[in-house]
Write a protein that binds this ligand. Structure first.
Ligand code: NAD
Length: 475
């Protein structure tokens, strides 16, 4: 039977129980446990621990650091089944997707750990008697804020980046889905990470961010979540001159050219959209399909969407779990009602399933006007919007029309179309002929309102460092 862990704070290498808010199972609305609330004194302890942890960790040999981090990843791989079950209980995603998320988190941790060995500086050629050396050093204690949609892989990105670069970190993970981060941190504790290097807190997100970000001991802020909250935190970070990594929302366009198989691409789109019930910042959402294949594509998409088995994520045959909270149900209902009122066709889904548990089917809407709310607001749920376009130029113009710029997708067999898309679509991540937006070794992040800074790849790790030039005149 799936078990849910007792969630505790983790400060200076010690676990701490505290009272707090209930954690709700989105499949049946039962209470799974309590997420502890950190007090101001806990946050002060975490800051002191992070300062002490940084002093220890930055002076630990990079090879030793990598060894500890890799051990934690290996332990997480061993525990994947137990960890995945807890994540399905708290977040709703199908158990196979929870396992994949954890394994992907391990890929990220392992890649960053070894890349941490290669944070090279350089020596700049200069006049005789003068040596300019550029050093890349860990930036210092990090304040990290991770969301509820990827309870393990999002915190893993932040913890892996910070620790692999030699930084300490205070992680405030999601209060709604705390087990992913809790189990991640427990693995680092169990393999002997020095006390203070990694600290985990929960509580009131606004109170914690307002307390931590201004602190002089915090040297970097990293946040994954909504654009309004991201802008607020970025403003605060700016006021205190803290660099920030902002991984915010998206509204990913998918451009389908008329040289691809519309039936296969439509079916693949339904699977791509169904991942984590569409609660993904890179979820494919606005489909712009060339006219000659439009109807065939839309029908195939709707047919495959209607076949998905919706249910409790613990059932291995479930393909679409519940949404993570009731706010997402409200958002889907509002966006679908608005689109229908403005003339959109409902090709699949459209209505909440039952009234216990937050189930909503994969919904395919077609022929939406540009002013439909769903075409402008990130649905962050199982909503796909399918519209015809005449030309590639028109598709690119529509793709770029919103202030978002995180991920985009395109399907084409033409190298010249692909080249044109790569040049002109305004995003941080463009995937052509598939729906994977990022892997451990590639930089991931947005442009425009979708944020700045990168997670993953060499660029991601560099965000956790500062560059120092040492100019040495030899006497
Ligand atoms: P929300 O805007 O209330 O919260 C978004 C996230 O930010 C949550 O994890 C929350 O705990 C945190 N948060 C809120 N206020 C904060 C503060 N002052 N300081 C620090 N953290 C704070 O929205 P929500 O209902 O939880 O999520 C819905 C929206 O959030 C979606 O529409 C989507 O745009 C966005 N979201 C994006 C991602 C992503 O991966 N980029 C992940 C989750 C949510």
């Amino acid at each position: 039977m799936a078990e849910y862990p007792l969630i505790e704070l983790y400060i200076d290498g010690q676990w701490k129980r505290a009272s707090g808010q209930p954690i709700i199972n989105p499949a049946d609305e039962s209470v799974l446990g309590t997420v502890p609330t950190a007090t101001k004194a806990d946050l002060d302890d975490a800051l002191a621990a992070a300062e002490k942890g940084f002093a220890i960790w930055r002076s630990t040999a990079p090879a030793k650091r990598a060894q500890i981090i890799l051990k934690a990843a290996a332990l997480i791989r061993e525990r994947v089944d137990v960890m995945a079950a807890a994540m399905t209980l708290e977040q709703g995603k199908p158990i196979e997707q929870a396992k994949l998320e954890i394994l992907r988190g391990c890929d990220i941790i392992e890649w960053d750990a070894t890349e941490g060995l290669r944070l090279y500086g350089r020596v700049i050629p200069s006049e005789p008697g003068m040596r300019h050396t550029v050093l890349r050093q860990p930036i210092g204690p990090v304040a990290a804020f991770s969301p509820w949609n990827f309870p393990m892989s999002s915190p893993a990105r932040k913890v892996a980046g910070a620790l692999s670069a030699g930084c300490s970190i205070i992680l405030k993970a999601s209060e709604e889905t705390p087990a992913g981060a809790f189990q991640l941190v427990r693995a680092f504790h169990d393999v002997g990470l020095p006390a203070g290097v990694l600290n985990l807190v929960f509580g009131n997100p606004a109170e914690i961010s307002e307390y931590l970000i201004p602190q002089s001991r915090i040297r970097l802020v990293t946040f994954t979540g909504s654009i309004p909250v991201g802008k607020h935190l970025a403003e605060m970070a700016g006021r205190y001159m803290k660099p920030a990594i902002m991984e915010l929302g998206g509204h990913a366009p998918v451009i389908v050219c008329d040289d691809v198989d519309p039936v296969a691409t439509g079916a693949a789109s339904a699977i791509g959209k169904s991942r984590n019930a569409g609660q993904v910042c890179v979820a494919p959402t606005r489909f712009f399909v060339q006219e000659s294949i439009y109807e065939q594509f839309a029908q195939s998409f709707a047919e495959r969407a209607s076949q998905l088995k919706v249910g409790n994520g613990l059932d291995p045959s479930t393909q679409l779990g519940p949404l993570a909270n009731s706010r997402r149900i409200d958002a889907m209902e509002t966006l679908v009602a608005d689109a229908k009122a403005k003339g959109a066709r409902v090709l699949a889904g459209g209505q909440r399933i039952g009234n216990r548990g937050y189930f909503f089917p994969l919904t395919v809407l077609a022929d939406l006007p540009d002013d439909a709310r769903a075409m402008n607001e990130e649905p962050f749920g199982p909503l796909a919007l399918v519209n015809p376009v005449k030309t590639l130029d028109e598709a690119i113009e529509k793709a770029n029309a919103l202030p978002f710029g995180l991920a985009a997708y395109a399907f084409t067999k033409s190298a010249s179309n692909a080249e044109r898309l790569a040049e002109s679509v305004e995003v941080g991540n463009l995937s052509i002929n598939h729906f994977v937006a990022s892997v451990a070794e590639t930089p991931f992040g947005g442009v425009k309102d979708s944020g700045y800074g990168r997670e993953g790849g060499t660029e991601g790790l560099q965000c956790y460092t500062v560059v120092k030039n040492v100019s040495h005149k030899t006497l």
